[in-house]
Design a protein around this ligand. Sequence first.
Ligand SMILES: *Cc1c(COP(=O)(O)O)cnc(C)c1O
Length: 362
Amino acid sequence: MISISKPAIGEDEKKEVLNVLESGNIAAGEKVREFEEKFAEYIGSTYAVATSSGTTALHTMIHALDFQPGDEIITTPFSFIATANAIRYCGLNPIFVDIEEDTFNIDTNKIEEMIKSNKKIRAILIVHLFGQACNMKELKEICDKYKLFLLEDCAQAHGSEYDGIKVGNFGHLAAFSFYATKNMTTAEGGMITGNDEGLIKKCRCFINHGMVEKYKYETLGYNYRMTNIQAAIGICQLKKLDDFNDKRIKNAMLYNSFFEKCENIIVPLIKERCKHVFHQYVIKVPEIKRDGLIEHLKKHQVQCGVFYPQPLYKYITEDIFELDVVERVSRSVVALPVHPLLNECDIEYVAKMVINYMEKEI
Ligand SMILES: *Cc1c(COP(=O)(O)O)cnc(C)c1O
């Protein structure tokens, strides 16, 4: 079976984990600090705070901005549920704005309309979906114009760039995930990046029971800490991240070349100013063929994914509202395996299986 994702764990990760285990300092400590420093350096941010997951990084970062009851945050309906849930953890309402048909990212043209009609909007939480950055120039302009906070969900975009700048540098704060399927992993884990010392201090306090110094508690906080065991894996993975991403990009380009002549397969659009790191390689096919294609691939030992089968609002509100593009897109997307452990033969095999099915009359 060719799987949709697989963590690339090497001998160095095993050795470093063993070192931590034998050291006795297995919870949060030196290794976590080292991982934070190296991650901040890689991204280009001043600070980084490691957390227990991407979800807890999101919750922490939103909490740090001190939103008031009734404030609202614009976000995309096309993401993993954690994006919207993190807003809800803070007692706030996510306001969903439709996506772009070609990049799957939030549609910046539609954001301004929403802001004009809703005076409670205080922030925009963007998701650099599948590894490609949102329209950062437009987003920056909107946030400046309307004095909104900008927050980034970078859970799928480690190393992704816009105008040569890595994502995780554009917002007031940004959240990453190191879940097992991501571009780099610590099994479970997350990171917040930012340049504002005050906001970062709040984050650090919140993930450690609101503690500012030993047994001095300033606010209500949680235990959202990362462990040295996870950090040891993360330090090794970070060294290999660029190579992992290069392999993902290479695999994606190979798929593109195979699908060039297929009229009923729309390959992912890569925007000019972006370095896409292909957390997922997502094609669009005609709706009537989508589920059949997935079945066909499964029968031939290829696991693919549907990211995402439904817009997020379907899970959290009974209100009957629908956004045209995201509804349509969610019925035609298929994610093909693109992870770095796949070689050219694997990609060729998957591409041929896809083409086989897509060329059949049904
Ligand atoms: C994976 C993911 C998260 C959540 O990260 P966890 O580490 O699984 O908690 C949040 N947002 C997006 C877009 C993700 O892909």
